[in-house]
Write a protein that binds this ligand. Structure first.
Ligand code: NAD
Length: 338
């Protein structure tokens, strides 16, 4: 068993905790909490051990939160720390992990230099034995899952990526302007994709005021042969990508996830929007939505497994998919929007 803790119990951390608890090769020691809030109480109620900074123990206990030990003790007893702290906090936390000689998995809000940039589909084997791994961001994970299988079959001359990003998560108090669209040309996403796949890509990102899912479009220019629209069904048949024919709004997809009874509406995979697929000459245009809160959860699990060389790529991804229900969610969504 690999002893794992999760440092940071927000949007990503709480989902990774749930996934770790389902995995028979991973033992969740607990979470590190810094704020004595409702999330700490829910963790108590769900039987998740809560560890806090030594000086904060009295504050947590005064609020009726059961404390199982200090953050320091938690880190000491862990084989791997999944760091799900806010952007750039991971870099500070890394100094502690280095000092304690602990392995860690970081998230996409950290700079690429913090560790091996990881996507299970594209470079699982490269992560074997690495002390520090960075699961790339939600959008980059979406691009890797879509571009990876295409790049294996066809020569890609260039990808032009245009992102429409959600302004905030459902539980955020931070986020975009209420009545404005923000954009950034030459956004970091292209370089982030290149940290995983060797593909020529440039990107622009727009941020808009809504909470559920990013919607990304790509113009893929192929060199030589290119897939037809029908080929996409075969290419992505066994991938962590759902192919939706009939969806026309992101809210329909979220509502379907709610009506299918999925916890937190999590679908864990990008949805390729088949009614956006257009071809012209050597180019194909396509769009996909990204469930930002959940898409990186499978990668966090596979990253820990790869880091400890505990299972091979296929077995790890298959088990993760089973545990998270991805094997059912994909055909269900494809049927709903068929
Ligand atoms: P979040 O703000 O929801 O959660 C972060 C948690 O970390 C909070 O509970 C906070 O109290 C806690 N924290 C504070 N200080 C800490 C410290 N020093 N060490 C550890 N934890 C600390 O953030 P999030 O959305 O879960 O994002 C976490 C990481 O995942 C970021 O790198 C982010 O870029 C990345 N990410 C986020 C999303 C998303 O859509 N939310 C998607 C993919 C990747």
């Amino acid at each position: 068993m690999i002893n794992v803790c999760v440092n940071g119990y927000g949007t990503i951390g709480k989902r990774v905790v749930d996934a770790i608890r389902k995995h028979n090769k991973l033992n969740l020691l607990g979470i590190a909490k810094y704020t004595p809030d409702q999330d700490a109480k829910i963790a108590n109620m769900n039987g998740v051990n809560v560890f806090v900074p030594k000086e904060s123990v009295p504050t947590f206990e005064a609020k009726g939160i059961e404390v199982d030990g200090t953050v320091d003790e938690l880190l000491e007893s862990s084989d791997t720390v999944v760091d799900a702290s806010p952007d750039d906090f991971g870099a500070k936390n890394k100094q502690i992990y280095v000092q304690k000689e602990k392995k860690a998995i970081f998230q996409g809000g950290e700079e690429a230099g913090i560790g091996f940039s990881f996507n299970a589909r594209c470079n699982f084997d490269g992560a074997k034995g690495k002390d520090f791994i960075r699961v790339v961001s939600c959008n980059t994970t979406g691009y890797c899952r879509v571009i990876g299988p295409l790049a294996e079959r066809y020569k890609i001359r260039h990808v032009f990526a245009s992102l429409i990003r959600r302004g905030a998560d459902l539980n955020d108090t931070k986020g975009s302007q209420l009545n404005s669209v923000e954009w950034k040309a030459k956004s970091h996403h292209a370089d982030d994709v290149k940290s995983v796949i060797d593909v020529p890509i440039s990107s622009i990102a727009f941020k808009i005021p809504h909470t559920h899912s990013h919607v990304n479009s790509m113009l893929v220019e192929f060199d030589g042969g290119k897939p037809g629209k029908e080929d996409l069904y075969e290419i992505f048949k066994n991938e962590r990508v759902a192919l939706l024919n009939g969806a026309t709004t992101s809210s329909q997809i979220v509502e379907a996830a709610r009506d299918l009874g999925l916890k937190r509406f999590d679908i864990f995979m990008p949805c390729l929007l088949m009614n956006t697929v257009m071809s012209n000459g050597n180019s194909m245009f396509l769009s996909f939505s990204v469930p930002q809160e959940s898409i990186v959860v499978p990668e966090n699990i596979d990253a820990v497994i790869a880091q400890h060389d505990s299972m091979g790529k296929e077995d790890s991804m298959r088990l993760t998919d089973e545990l998270l229900g991805i094997k059912n969610i994909k055909p269900q969504l494809e049927k709903v929007f068929g």
